[in-house]
Design a binder for this molecule. Structure first.
Ligand SMILES: [Zn+2]
Length: 230
């Protein structure tokens, strides 16, 4: 009976795969099984000294780093990021954030992490979008791991113009010194997990870490949904 009702519900209110637009069935949440299986996963959580971690060597005290999947300009999987950022679909962030955290739980990726901090949005942008996409991902991570989420200690003070058309060097110039930390003393000796939607040059993560530069004994791990294919 229950199955019958569920089938009728699916017929009346079909849901579609974010990537391929096929109708979702059963407990498929945002991706169909095929798109989920074919997602170009990085598996960086199983690889020590991976390319994502290396990106931060000599820049911040990096402990571990991973991303769920690789993306490039032509990839169908960009639809996930597009939905999260531009289609008023915050829930996809927390759903995928939770699912990837359960996948990463097979490794020691979250071991010893004290607090999760998503990259903050400037208040102007937050008002415009209505939510912070990185915070939505972080909510899912917190839900899956039970690690506390801190969305108030770091603030983005300066708004920056869109970074997509800037060179890597200009992006550097653009983000340094724009995040401000309150109550730095509470972070002494902590292991902080910084969460963002996409990783390209790492400049934004480094700019957030820069706000912690007076804090002793800090370590950072980095988790993003996607990383630009190298
Ligand atoms: Zn699909």
């Amino acid at each position: 009976m229950l199955h019958w009702i569920r089938s009728l519900f699916t017929l009346l209110f079909p849901r579609y795969c974010t990537v391929c637009d096929n109708i979702l069935r059963g407990d498929e949440k945002r991706l169909c099984l095929k798109c989920d299986i074919n997602l170009p996963r990085t598996y960086y959580h199983l690889q020590k000294e991976n390319n994502l971690e290396k990106l931060f060597w000599g820049r911040i005290p990096i402990e571990r780093g991973t991303a769920l999947f690789f993306y490039n300009r032509g990839s169908d999987y960009r639809a996930i990021l597009h939905h999260l950022k531009y289609k008023n679909d915050p829930v996809i962030g927390s759903i995928i954030g939770e699912q990837m955290s359960m996948e990463f739980a097979e490794s020691d990726f979250f071991t010893g992490v004290d607090v999760i901090i998503p990259v903050p949005l400037h208040s102007k942008k937050l008002r415009k979008r209505g939510y912070n996409q990185s915070e939505e991902i972080a909510k899912g991570v917190a839900r899956a791991t039970g690690i506390p989420l801190d969305t108030t200690s770091v603030k983005r003070e300066k708004d920056t113009e869109t970074q997509t058309k800037k060179s890597a060097f200009e992006r550097w110039e653009n983000v340094s010194g724009i995040f401000v930390l309150s109550q730095p003393e509470q972070f002494v000796g902590k292991h902080i997990l910084l969460v963002d939607d996409v990783l390209t040059t790492g400049a934004t993560i480094c700019a957030v870490a820069d706000a912690f530069k007076e804090v002793e004994g800090l370590r950072f791990s980095v988790l993003t949904l996607a990383v630009a294919q190298q």
